[in-house]
Design a protein around this ligand. Structure first.
Ligand SMILES: [Zn+2]
Ligand SMILES: [Zn+2]
Length: 249
């Protein structure tokens, strides 16, 4: 480290100590760094039980644990369980968006902590924690894979191992946000595969796939399908946020 960069490091440390901590949403003052002020916090919709035992959609009425919603009863998703910390709107949407597209990787600890809590049951006996991959061209442009940042942090605190290159995106796809529900399924069909060197380790394993948001679930569904085909015993999905109902996507 050069003397100059060391001085810059000290200057930054000094600024961190000297400046009061700011709310991650509105930048207003807060007591502890990496948190939200009370007003921004109260606007978040944390997902709590009762929820669908399959896709994790919150129920508006009381339901027995592990009951399934109508959509999961009609057709079980390729994954076993999906869990998310927050409904994707308002401040939650804003935070995820900044984390994903605006280089605000400093939000990773906060978002990971929420996902860890929502996914505690999934993470407990996971063998591997794998992020949804970006196509290498998109990774090159964005410089980081937001899902890998989350997955790596989740794995670091868990008995599970981080599997950043388990899933590969073998075909470039259009951003799902540009497409309607049906087109999303077609867009990602055949876009993923399990990397050859992972085939043996996937067989019989419990894999948790991590992404920032679940919208229609088409991307996560496509990832789960290839893991199943490779013999994974259990495939769960964990995201920071999800849309309330797929129609909202
Ligand atoms: Zn705030
Ligand atoms: Zn469901």
């Amino acid at each position: 480290m050069s003397p100059g960069s060391r001085a810059a490091g000290f200057a930054r440390l000094f600024l961190d100590l000297a400046l009061p901590p700011r709310c991650a949403c509105c930048r207003g003052p807060v007591a502890d760094p990496g948190t939200l002020c009370a007003a921004c916090w109260s606007e978040l919709d944390f997902i709590v039980e009762p929820l669908c035992g399959g896709c994790g959609r919150p129920f508006a009425f009381e339901a027995e644990a592990e009951s399934l919603c109508g959509a999961c009863m009609a057709r079980r998703p390729a994954y076993d369980r999906a869990r998310s910390a927050l409904i994707y709107r308002g401040n939650a949407r804003d935070l995820v968006h900044r984390f994903k597209f605006r280089d605000e990787t400093g939000l990773a600890p906060l978002l990971t902590a929420w996902a860890r809590e929502a996914g505690a049951a999934l993470l407990r006996d996971a063998d591997w924690i794998a992020p949804v991959p970006l196509h290498w061209m998109r990774l090159y442009r964005r410089r980081y894979n937001q899902s890998a940042l989350l997955a790596g942090r989740l794995a670091a605190r868990q008995g599970a191992a981080f599997a950043p290159d388990m899933l590969r995106r073998i075909r470039r796809t259009r951003p799902q946000t540009e497409l309607g529900r049906r087109a999303r399924g077609r867009n990602v069909a055949g876009a993923f595969r399990v990397a050859p060197r992972w085939q043996d380790r996937v067989r019989g394993a419990h894999v948790v796939i991590v992404d920032d948001v679940l919208t229609t679930g088409a991307t996560l569904e496509a990832c789960a399908r290839v893991l199943r085909r490779s013999g994974a015993a259990r495939v769960d999905v964990l995201t920071v946020a999800r849309v309330d109902s797929p129609e909202q996507a």
